[in-house]
Design a protein around this ligand. Structure first.
Ligand code: CDP
Length: 222
């Protein structure tokens, strides 16, 4: 059986995970949230009392970190359910340091590739189309203007009882986008063969429909 892979990349809070999750649901594919894996690693580094800005100290945890993405959306890190806590502001503010360390990326990319091996998947992240799954059947680069992204994330935070101001959220997105797109290894950038999807003026349902149209068109072509 031939498995289909859909890569959705883009800057922080562009709505990738919301859209990717729904597209996966409609198509009956598995959704893989790679950002949750970097967030879980960051959580573990901080929990162990280490500084996420310290590359060597963070790398030293690679052999003992065990991250699992469960199909129902839960994220498990070394037997602890970290689904909620990895969305907290202190994780968002540190995750881009952890994600810039090559050894940690290689360990997590290895897991991501294994997950996509025996399944049709929708995988979202920053380097899926460029590095993790360079042969993905469909590659989408999802963007939205930074103010729209900040408002969306601010509202998501409110629903999750994460207390932030809109200004703090916007600063965090800008800072992460800068670090993510300027790191040496597998930076955030559109794959040359990706399709740009600007969701600034699209509702969630419209964005999902846009992705499904791209998928139908692409798969119909082959
Ligand atoms: O949901 P949001 O857009 O805030 O971010 P996320 O997808 O949860 O990713 C959190 C962070 O993980 C990003 O800012 C990147 O630093 C890192 N990341 C990455 O480097 N590569 C990926 N494939 C996914 C996430």
């Amino acid at each position: 059986m031939k498995y289909i892979t859909i890569a959705i990349d883009g800057p922080a809070a562009a709505g990738k995970s919301t859209v990717a999750k729904k597209v996966a649901q409609v198509l009956g594919y598995t959704y893989i949230d790679t950002g949750a894996m970097y967030r879980a690693f960051t959580y573990y580094v901080i929990k162990k009392g280490l500084d996420p800005k310290d590359e060597e100290a963070s790398n030293s945890l690679i052999p003992e970190v065990d991250i699992k993405l469960i199909n129902d959306g839960r994220v498990i890190c070394n037997d602890e359910d970290v689904t909620q806590i990895i969305r907290e502001t202190y994780i968002s503010q540190n995750v881009s340091y952890i994600a810039s360390y090559k050894k940690i990326r290689l360990a997590l990319v290895d897991l991501q590739r294994k997950m996509a091996k025996n399944d049709s998947v929708v995988m979202d992240g920053r380097d899926i189309g460029t590095y993790v799954l360079p042969n993905a059947n469909i590659k989408i680069f999802q963007i939205a203007d930074v103010r729209t992204r900040a408002v969306r994330r601010y509202e998501e935070n409110l629903e999750k009882n994460i207390i932030t101001t809109l200004g703090e959220v916007e600063d965090d997105l800008r800072k992460r986008d800068y670090i993510d797109s300027h790191r040496d290894f597998a930076p955030l950038k559109p794959a040359v063969d990706s399709i740009l999807l600007d969701t600034s003026f699209l509702s969630i349902d419209e964005a999902v429909e846009a992705v499904l149209n791209i998928v139908r068109r692409k798969l119909g072509e082959n």
